[in-house]
Design a protein around this ligand. Structure first.
Ligand code: SF4
Length: 72
């Protein structure tokens, strides 16, 4: 069964994560270990970096599991 998509807020940025397509490559956790913490709950802790840092890391997700939206 499909798992629900999750959302995490950081100021004007909403980070989205689709657990169904995450390949657990660990690229996010290596790039920003203060935000992406696979062993913790919630596993994305947006207080650990700036909005720009988070967006830049989200763009490097190879599977497309991570995404983001900007509030206007
Ligand atoms: S970089 Fe993307 S695919 Fe890799 S663990 Fe993080 S969310 Fe999953």
């Amino acid at each position: 069964m499909e798992k629900p998509k999750r959302e995490y807020q950081k100021g004007n940025v909403t980070v989205t994560w689709n657990p169904n397509i995450c390949t657990h490559s660990g690229i996010c956790a290596r790039g920003l270990p203060n935000v992406f913490k696979p062993k913790e709950k919630p596993w994305i802790q947006t207080e650990g970096a700036t909005e720009d840092e988070i967006v830049n890391q989200v763009k490097q997700c190879p599977s497309g599991a991570l995404g983001y939206r900007l509030a206007r």
